[in-house]
Ligand binder design. Sequence first.
Ligand code: NOJ
Ligand code: NOJ
Length: 634
Amino acid sequence: MSIYIDINGPRDLDGFHQNFESHQGHLQSHPQSQDNSHIWSVPSLGANMIKNLLATLAVTGLCLDNTAASPGRLRCRDVSDFVTKQSAVSIKGVLANIGSDGSKAQGAAAGVVVASPSRSDPDYWYTWTRDSALTFKVLVERFTAGDKTLQPKIQQYIAAQAKLQSISNPSDGPDSGGLGEPKFNVDLSAFTGPWGRPQRDGPPLRATALTIYANWLLANGGQTEATNTVWPVISKDLDYAVQYWNRTGFDLWEEVNGSSFFTIAATHRALVEGAALAKALGKDCPNCVATASQALCFAQTFWVDGYIDSNINVNDGRTGKDVNSIISSIHTFDPTAACTDSTFQPCSARALANHKAVVDSFRAIYGVNNGRTAGQAAAVGRYSEDVYYKGNPWYLATLAAAEQLYAAAYQWNKLGSITVNSVSLPFFKDLLPSIATGIFAKDSDTFKSIIKAVTTYADGFVAVVQQYTPSDGALAEQFDRNSGSPLSAVHLTWSYAAFVSAADRRAGILPASWGEPTSNTVPAVCSAAPSCDSTMTFNVKVATQYGENIFLTGSLSELKNWSPSDAIPLSANKYTPDSPVWSVDVKVPAATKFEYKYIKKTGSGSIVWLGDPNISGTSSTGCGSSGAFNDVWR
Ligand code: NOJ
Ligand code: NOJ
């Protein structure tokens, strides 16, 4: 008995071959010259084995239609054709969402990127600093790669951002934190409703998009535009980053108030390239270099136990496996970099281990990933605990997983070798089960097999996107975790931009270097980071027996993140029988809301928590300010 599998295109054939080899048995190839498709026949397999094989292939995403017309036959899609078609649709999709002339952005001001034309369920008829900057980063890269028609749009974007930087908003005034405001109305006025604010990734992301453009101007006779128009916007964003990078704020998903890896990674990159640009323009970038190096230092603390914990300094009850970290790695990809762990370059051992941890975290939770076992591309969402629209895979997240791997393959080819070490071994083993640690030079078979397997794996993520993209190429925000139908905001600009950027990396179109090779050394000690603290006195009235002590813990790292064992001891210096006050001074970030509780530890070592609920407090405003909480035990 034989089965036949039709495959288009030699690239996908390679992927197939490998999949077969790693599953079972022997294949014979019969190229069909007429239509460039191949038929693989698998001789003498039992019916069950064939069923398993078909199931395995179907879940790679490359092979989809088990055509009724010829049972036992799979027609396997050619990702290359899809990429070509979908790239064209995606560029149009991006441009349609930019005012004032974008067909789906009618009513938005010039240069304004609307997140999505959806005005209800969800209402995305706003402009987010993050979405806009990531979108324009892609457009500026295409511009510098040759598409000169984009320049007027870029100039309108810069003018719009200059305006947004100048308006007061709920995150504050232009010079006191207002640049951290996450979103605005599409007519460039402030959005004043409740929101997760501030979000501190916006300014560095915008600075990066504009720095790429400014560098192009400098190399192409545009010194005046770079100095007079672009630098003023960049320099405000860099000032913001220097002043606020180390304060807690909301993450890119607008939910968690803590320290987000994405924000720190984006800050490091923006400050490094911003400092270099300042120098080239003869301008100052006060503290940019020193702050960049502190941000890099801080970034290391997100690496825990084999993966990146995307949100720290917050007690969010999550594993921290979040596509936040994969998006960070592709955002900070530098084609001149080595596989540096400190900057989590796409080909670094850490970023690969993290890729596996994040992708694996979605395998068991989505119905669409049924059968997509380790090493096979899968649908990827934001993080596994997500409940937004009941928690689903996102196009931009699945594409980010592909993009990291294309970038990694580029880096290995350029460097001329691949190192597999104990950190990255599990990632590689999923693709090549017999691989061991070692350094594999470009001319070795192992090097070639790795490149082939990783590229096929990357294409698999694109094929997952292909599988759940309607035939007109419309990209929403999410697709249903079970049915795969598009969900949430329609025509999401960021989905389209993510497609274009993954397709560019696949095609070997590269971003310019941002200077990673000279800025990847982690300082030996993270010095006291430039932060803005206030000293809060915690007083609690509680009558205690001899041998009992009072401690404090709460939702900030300064309050030991709710850890009873690390809790901060209070002193009984002010204690009198009439006024049994225990007290301690703690430095916490200024103007920050948090929760806390006291703990009584008895002489025998047992622990009693203050009764519920948690106490909420806000620290005093202003660097170096102070304040007090006066509580009573209950
Ligand atoms: C809207 C935000 O944009 C989204 O990221 C978040 O998940 C939901 N609000 C729920 O908080
Ligand atoms: C929700 C996403 O979580 C957030 O990252 C994005 O900025 C907004 N939607 C707008 O697209």
